[in-house]
Design a protein around this ligand. Structure first.
Ligand code: ZN
Length: 347
């Protein structure tokens, strides 16, 4: 879990992915997991791992693309007030109800600054009953860095990245942290490459940028790779929480890795889902199907690149998604890596 913890504690929002990309690239290089590595103009990390073992002799191996988005939801500084307080623009989908009383990290060129985020307005003691009921808009939140306007002006620039500060913890059978969406997918790709033995397919493992603002990095990356088979490695909702009807739970925590039958961006290839389910049965890996009414993932871009690809979206169920208390079940994490590894080995 140390690698997953490191990935969740490395800030990288859409358009500012250089830090997480470096962590992933260093890990790939140290463990010699890939044969080629390069960064495309948008910032996605593209790698190639050639076939290994007996299958390596074939002339035209299947091209299998894995894609995990490495950005997390966050903010960019949009205004610096004279008193040093900051306003921010969200990059990714936040629920303002989860933003009260948050510690944040403002990533300035001179170094990271700790700050506190709250909506403008009065504390409960002096607010009216009407004021207490209102949920503020994101543009009503501000960041206090505890420094003078002059000090802030010297260090912070418009466009600097801001992330919520959410530590990594073990909670019962789960791990809990911010941005398990989608550091879990980034982690699963790394772990699968580590555990792979010989394989006949050519693996194009990609860590994409700017997914949280509309699958932007996956578009040119898939166009370049031109895969035969595409596997999106991401997370999905798990709404097994009080107040949500059972039919809206999407996935079951501890029920195994989820295969996304469909979401609002893409429909997975049914043949690939069935192949994965058969493999899961053979290897006794827990697996489940999930359908999501709204929301997309990089698989949508991959299946439509050039002349198209067969695509399946794998996802780890996440409770409290898009908060700093996201939770992933250990059974699902293990199943994710096991099924991805077995599938790559089977091609
Ligand atoms: Zn995601």
């Amino acid at each position: 879990m140390e690698l997953l913890e490191l990935l969740t504690q490395t800030p990288s929002v859409p358009g500012r992915e250089s830090r997480i990309r470096q962590v992933i690239a260093d890990h790939l290089a140290e463990a010699k997991l890939v044969d080629e590595m390069h960064v495309d103009p948008l910032g996605s990390l593209l790698t190639i791992r050639k076939p290994r073992g007996a299958g390596a002799a074939q002339t035209a191996p299947q091209r299998v693309m894995l894609a995990a988005h490495m950005d997390q939801i966050g903010f960019l500084v949009s205004h610096i007030h004279g008193d040093g307080t900051l306003r921010v623009n969200p990059v990714g989908g936040f629920d303002p109800r989860n933003l009260f009383a948050r510690k944040v990290r403002v990533c300035a060129a001179s170094g990271d600054l700790m700050g506190v985020m709250n909506p403008g307005g009065k504390p409960i003691h002096i607010s009216s009953p009407e004021e207490r009921k209102k949920v503020p808009e994101i543009n009503e939140f501000y960041i206090d860095l505890g420094m003078s306007g002059e000090q802030v002006g010297e260090q912070v620039k418009l466009g600097d990245m801001v992330v919520l500060d959410g530590p990594f913890h073990t909670v019962g059978d789960y791990v809990s942290s911010q941005c398990l969406d989608n550091r879990v997918g980034c982690w699963a790709q790394l772990r699968a490459l580590e555990q792979l033995g010989d394989h006949a397919c050519e693996i194009h493992a990609v860590w994409t940028v700017q997914e949280e603002v509309g699958l932007r990095g996956a578009v040119p990356a898939s166009y370049r790779v031109q895969p035969d088979i595409a596997i999106a490695c991401d997370t999905t909702l798990c709404c097994q929480t009080p107040g949500v009807p059972e039919e809206q739970r999407v996935s079951v925590a501890g029920g195994g890795v989820a295969l996304h039958v469909m979401d609002s961006s893409a429909i997975s290839d049914l043949g690939l889902i069935e192949e994965m389910e058969a493999l899961a049965e053979t290897h006794q890996i827990p697996v489940q199907r999930a359908l999501l009414a709204r929301g997309g993932q990089d698989g949508a871009a991959m299946q439509r690149a050039r002349t198209g690809a067969r695509m399946v979206a794998m996802a780890c169920p996440i409770k409290h998604i898009h908060t700093v208390t996201e939770m992933a079940h250990r059974t699902d994490l293990a199943a994710y890596v096991a099924l991805l590894t077995a599938f790559l080995q089977s091609l």
